[in-house]
Design a protein around this ligand. Structure first.
Ligand code: ATP
Ligand code: MG
Length: 574
């Protein structure tokens, strides 16, 4: 492709709300454009990368025995009602009406549609297992679309669904998809971890997330470097050594604590460690008040709270000040488990039941209570673990220290069991002549999010550094001065030769300064660079790689060997 013809609208400035490198570089490099919040266009360079990611996903899915098809984005309400998800999926679902006032949604995911599609067609054990996938556009009205295509409202996903006779079959399919994902993300050159996930609204049993490690990732990964334990912060079980277990129980004592509304204030006032306090958090769960009591030095894990309450995350919100005042009879910051003014569900993290003589909110403005002990002074429903994990906690598998890092979730695999086949009545006749529900799994790859995750891991201050395998073009030839006939001629000759060899080449034949051309080629991150300059007359060019920038002079007839060498190093064929 000639850059004089290429539609590559690069930008000097990006909007102020752009927070992370990939968002910035994809916009500046003329690869994506925002249409409205969370909705993006993939421009020619960006779309070439998307297609390369899709090709790798396709190859590995096909190799794993999954078959590609394409479903519609528009889905009828009735299917979602059958699995109770029309009401429960929450505000992320884009809903619409047709001219007859019939209701639809724009698919945020396709469990229902896949299940309903094969129902009636698949009815014998002979037709199972079956694995189907598509690469398709998904719609989710995200609460906070941000980070460009990482959290978009319209995005490209590969979603696959497996159908098996029984639990064992489902676990088998799960393992096959796990292996396929391993291959996909390895080929995409991502540094990633496979972590246990929370199954959340999808329901079902086991799930794992594929996390591309990045400091801008929205996901927190808890992992152990002594064993293979890794889980999302939502899922990770919190184990740590709780202190003040053995003390004698003291008398309850009301203490005047004016304006001490936070754990920081209390620490300062009492000159005591944070773990001497019991923290109360007030939420509304499906409109009902809930008070969670956790150790003062820890943070609450909202996913675990939702799971304990059996609700979806969008059904939980922090209570407003008015509600808090009504429940505790005091200003915000003085809520505690003793003497709540209004009936509220009280959930207690199990560690609180072992800790002695806690200082808790007094349910009276400017007062706390000292010497509070579970069982004697307050009660509630005990939940084993309501806490957010942090570095230094103990690994649930081997007891070593937990480490924490950030990651971008690029893929997700779920064991669904029979939730969807029961909801939508997908049954088959087994070998024993009995009718049984089909066991399912679902498997997603965020194709467009992966585009950005690669940029997060492969960039520097000047731009993107595409791995060869997904680069929009393999090679860029820069003609330093297009007015010099010999430079132009040599550039054109090399361009044609490389094209003939099947290499994807950009020829920078624009009438721009060398500075502009160099900046652009750094920005758009083409891996292999050939610069045609002063020594064109001697058939000598400069060869360099975007990733290290080291420049060497090579004779024109050596170029192909250098390129081949680079392809081989990356494990690719020309
Ligand atoms: P997240 O926790 O990031 O919201 P999710 O658990 O809702 O993700 P899934 O329903 O498992 O995501 O979707 C499968 C894959 O689709 C995810 O692993 C992710 O890569 C991608 N994905 C999900 N939501 C978005 C989005 N809003 N924009 C871009 N990609 C997304
Ligand atoms: Mg989501």
């Amino acid at each position: 492709m000639r850059m004089s013809k290429l539609y590559m609208p690069t930008l000097r400035e990006v909007p102020a709300e752009v927070e992370i490198p990939s968002h910035n570089l994809l916009l500046r490099g003329g690869m994506t454009r925002q249409l409205v919040s969370g909705v993006y266009t993939y421009l020619p360079l960006g779309y070439r990368v998307i297609k390369k990611i899709e090709d790798i996903v396709r190859e590995e899915m096909d190799a794993a025995g999954s078959q590609e098809l394409l479903m519609s984005a528009i889905q009828p309400k009735e299917l979602w009602e059958a699995t109770d998800r029309w009401a429960n999926f929450g505000p992320e679902m884009f809903k619409l009406y047709d001219r007859h006032q019939r209701e639809f949604c724009l698919g945020p995911t396709h469990e229902e549609v896949f299940t309903a599609t094969i129902r009636g067609e698949v009815n014998s054990y002979r037709q199972l297992p079956l694995n189907l996938y598509q690469i398709q556009t998904k719609y989710r009205d995200e609460k906070r679309p941000r980070f460009g295509v990482i959290r978009a409202r319209e995005f490209i996903m590969k979603d696959a669904y497996s159908f098996d006779r029984d639990l064992e079959g489902m676990k088998n399919s799960y393992k096959e998809m796990w292996d396929a994902y391993d291959k996909i993300f390895t080929r995409l050159k991502l540094k990633y971890k496979i972590v246990q996930g929370d199954s959340g609204a999808m329901g079902g049993n086991e799930s794992h997330e594929f996390m591309a490690m990045s400091e801008v990732g929205e996901g927190l990964v808890a992992y152990c470097d002594k064993c293979d334990y890794a889980a999302t912060d939502e899922k990770a079980k919190v184990i740590y050594e709780v202190e003040n277990l053995e003390e004698e129980m003291e008398e309850l004592e009301k203490v005047h604590t004016p304006n001490a509304t936070t754990i920081d204030d209390l620490e300062e006032l009492f000159k005591l460690d944070r773990n001497k306090f019991g923290k109360a958090l007030v939420y509304m769960a499906k409109g009902e008040p809930v008070v969670a009591i956790i150790p003062g030095d820890r943070e609450l894990n909202e996913t675990k709270l939702c799971n304990a309450l059996g609700i979806a995350e969008h059904e939980l919100e922090l209570a407003d000040e008015e509600t808090i005042e009504r429940i505790s009879g005091a200003d915000k910051g003085f809520t505690g488990p003793i003497g709540l003014k209004e009936e509220a569900k009280v959930l207690i993290d199990s560690r609180i039941t072992k800790m002695k003589n806690l200082i808790v909110g007094g349910n009276e403005t400017d007062y706390h209570i000292k010497g509070a002990n579970f069982g004697r002074d307050f009660n509630g429903e005990i939940v084993e673990d309501l806490l957010l994990i942090r570095k230094g906690d103990k690994c649930p598998k081997c007891n070593s220290e937990i480490q924490m890092d950030r990651g971008i979730e690029v893929g997700n695999i779920f064991q669904l069991g029979t939730k969807y086949s029961e909801g939508l009545n997908l049954k088959y006749i087994d070998q024993d002549g009995k009718e049984k529900y089909v066991y399912m799994g679902s498997y997603g790859v965020g194709v467009s999010r992966t585009l950005a995750a690669i940029v997060e891991q492969y960039h520097d201050e000047n731009g993107i550094i595409w791995p060869l395998v997904v680069a929009p073009y393999h090679v860029i030839i820069t003609i330093i001065n297009t007015k010099k006939e010999e430079q132009k001629l040599l550039g054109e000759t090399i361009y044609k030769e490389l094209l003939d060899k099947g290499i994807e080449v950009l020829l920078d034949d624009r009438n721009e300064s060398a500075g502009v051309k160099f900046n652009d080629r750094d920005l758009i991150g083409i891996p292999i660079r050939i610069t045609v300059g002063k020594k064109a007359g001697e058939n000598i060019v400069e060869y360099s790689l975007r990733k290290d920038g080291k420049r060497i002079e090579v004779a024109v007839d050596e170029i192909m060997d250098k390129i081949k060498e680079e392809f081989e190093k990356e494990g690719l064929e020309i």
